[in-house]
Write a protein that binds this ligand. Sequence first.
Ligand code: GLU
Length: 443
Amino acid sequence: MNNSGKSRARESEHRSLDINLNLNVRSLDESATLAINEESGKLTREGRRIYRLGLGQSPFPVPEPVVAALREHAHEKDYLPVKGLPELRKAVADYHSRAEGIDCRPSDILIGPGSKELMFIVQLTYYGDLVIPTPSWVSYAPQAHIIGRNISWVPTRAENDWRLTPEELDRICSDDPTRPRIIILNYPSNPTGDSYTDEELRELAYVARKYRVVLLSDEIYGELHHSGEHTSIARYYPEGTIISAGLSKWAGAGGWRLGTFAFPPSLGWLRDAMAVVASETYTSTSAPIQFAAIPAFEGGPEIEAYLAGSRAVLRALGQHIHRQLVAAGLAVTTPSGGFYLFPDFHAHKDRLAARGIRDSQALCRKLLDEAGVAVLPGEAFGRPPEELTCRLAYVNFDGSAALAAARTLPSGTTPDEAFLRQYCGPTLEAIDEMSNWLARQAS
Ligand code: GLU
């Protein structure tokens, strides 16, 4: 066969492989959070000034005792038990018992390579619909889609700070009350930065219990509640709640990939079935990372000081940006945890439409092209395409310098604007760029 004959043969081979792509996957793109990160990186390498508010990655360094433990255990090379290193399972169980006053045992814990993977496996293992509020994190629905589960989006309203109400949850569940369902509740929220009061959690727990649903409580930002006042819904619906947590957000270790699920004993069968899937897929979580995670979950004064500093910076920065966005005429929920805000540009709808911006995708494209600000469209979080919302992650600053400076402030002091200008400058500039861009749309 000559060269052109060979390349034709190869092409047709590719075509026939192509059409065998699983239909559930064929309609999906790379996850929005990772895609924006890669696009921002590419534009930056090409020499453009890009403000990277796209990917939600902690700006802070991994706490020193945790890094020291990783160094000490770098030689650990064996496969570990599929459910996790026993000492780590104990540290995580003690952590939840301490933090939530619940009775959590080491055998209730499953360790995985990131909570995202555990969420996928729980949906694969449990046969039921996925119930998620809109807006919610970009990957819950695609995971359900890949597996072929039904998705029920529960509407929420900006006036309620996008919180899921017990009435709405009841309305979804009462339609076919015995249907198996997994409800995902995420607080502090990605994308809104908001959280629930204890009373609201109690009311949601009441509905969850009434319909005996599996409640997957995604508390990955729990330790980043800006006032350190996070409460788990597991307190109010212990028998049906799985707490999802991990090192990625509060310990600045997203790239380490370590997630944890805490199950109630009544869902032990689900934990065991997930371990079967884990044993046939990822085998076990990285050994050195599991050893290193132990001091993170054991806590202590060094970890507490790290958390107090992180919270102080995020609280001051979140409040500052919130004020700036409101001043620019955007509707946005006041943040109480994590590092996200979810502004709505609807007050500028007509002016933006005159510039051809009629949906959240176009809004984010223009913000990137014309202001150099990378954010994610509300549509990626399950909002209607034409709603002019976006998520920004206020994380593009030197977290090591900011944290070191915050730790020198007297305890309880809130970093002021001069502090933020000095240590979180690129984030403040990004918000200025956004506001200036918006002002230019008027002219
Ligand atoms: N959770 C982060 C975000 O929403 C990033 C990690 C991910 O999406 O996998 O941006």
